[in-house]
Design a protein around this ligand. Structure first.
Ligand code: PLP
Length: 377
């Protein structure tokens, strides 16, 4: 087990900046950078087993991803980012003209563009929004006989709203609709169990809450959905025996690995394997309860400043993201600029200010931020 204090000691950024921006990207920890450097040292020295070493790291990372979302590792394919995973789904289904997809209107484009690309095949994409809540009721009212897919973010990047994925999955399955989730804003901070949630498909990028290098991530797909997906791209790594180069007749892997193509982002994978190993050793329940403790402190302290919370979510709707604003929203840009100059990293999103702390952040850092906000107010 890794304690919070130990975990914090891995981050050079701690003590140098108030880094509270993990919904955008995360700083790498020292063990992660070390693992990557070791891997490059091997390559630099021409280690003859570097390919098989890299393959072992792929399998190690696949296991870690599986553990992070409660999935057997066979259901995981390594991907370069979220949107590549979503494209596997969007391009792999056998769409018919008139098929209908439902999306929440404020999704991040990674969960939109792959589906908009299907319009040229006669697929209709409909956007829904009543307010900041992404609920089963919102979708239920818009379902038609032609609706084939609903795809949502587990946590909305513009609000921090954490959707009830289990209820959404139940709704979808009661209507014979596929349910897909962009989970980049939750995996690595919120405990996740895909089998319990009942999602059909999940795509996740590594560079935010999983604290991994850019160009890493994965998709999760059920066996049932995989059997409906044709391969838009076919490589050689996704076959039963990828090293048997002359055997063109071999079968595709029965696992989700079939979606992997060729030579891969091995250094990123090595870093992601280490980063996810550390998160698993910290424990996801501990991580999320710590992050909520930090955000609760922030939300309580904010009342004493000229800033206010933008949303009031219940305990089951909260996430690692908190959106807030100056009482005069036109000040948010200059507040953001001043925070950056004071070595505070947060995000400006949709006109509001977004903080997203991780496990190595402390209550003291939240108090420091509140003090700075009070001064700026
Ligand atoms: C909800 C959501 N999905 C996806 C992404 C990123 O997509 P990708 O991993 O494809 O770069 C982001 C943020 O950058 C996001 O907030």
């Amino acid at each position: 087990m890794i304690t919070q204090t130990q975990f914090r000691s891995y981050f050079d950024v701690a003590g140098q900046r108030l880094f509270l921006n993990h919904a955008a990207y995360a700083p790498l920890s020292r063990p992660v950078v070390q693992a990557i450097n070791n891997f490059f040292d091997h390559r630099q020295q021409g280690n003859p087993s570097q390919w098989s070493i890299a393959e072992e790291h792929m399998e190690g990372l696949r296991q870690n991803y599986g553990q992070l979302v409660g999935s057997p590792s066979e259901r995981i394919a390594l991907m370069a980012n979220t949107v590549t995973g979503i494209n596997v789904l969007a391009t792999g289904l056998n769409w018919q003209p008139g098929d209908h997809i439902l999306l929440y209107a404020d999704e991040f484009p990674a969960n939109v563009m792959p589906f908009l690309n299907l319009r040229e095949r006669g697929v209709e994409v409909e956007f829904l929004k009543q307010d900041e809540r992404v609920t089963p009721e919102l979708f239920e009212a818009a379902i038609r006989p032609q609706t084939r897919l609903i795809s949502v973010s587990s946590v909305q990047y513009l609000t921090g709203y954490h959707a009830d994925l289990k209820a959404l999955a139940e709704l979808c399955h009661s209507r014979d609709i596929l349910f897909s989730v962009d989970a980049i804003q939750s995996v690595g901070v919120i405990p996740t169990d895909v089998l319990d949630l009942g999602v059909d498909f999940m795509a996740v990028g590594g560079h935010k809450w999983m604290m991994s290098p850019l160009g890493t991530g994965f998709l999760y797909v059920t066996e049932a959905l995989q059997s409906q997906l044709k391969l838009t791209y076919r490589g050689y790594m996704g076959h039963v025996n990828p090293d048997d180069y002359g055997n063109f007749d071999q079968e595709l892997s029965p696992d989700a690995r079939r979606f992997e193509l060729g030579a891969f982002n091995a250094s990123g994978i090595v870093g992601a394997e280490k980063a996810t190993e550390l998160l698993l050793e910290c424990g996801l329940k501990k991580i999320f309860s710590h992050v909520r403790k930090l955000l609760n402190r922030f939300e309580t302290g904010l009342h004493k400043t000229s800033f206010e919370l933008m949303y009031d979510f219940s305990d089951t709707e909260v996430s690692g993201i908190c959106m807030f604003t100056h009482s005069d929203t036109s000040c948010n840009q200059s507040v953001f600029d001043e925070l950056l100059a004071a070595r505070v990293n947060i995000s400006l999103r949709g006109g509001g200010l977004r903080i997203a702390p991780h496990y190595y952040n402390t209550l003291d850092e939240i108090d420091q931020l509140l003090a700075i906000l009070k001064e700026l107010g």
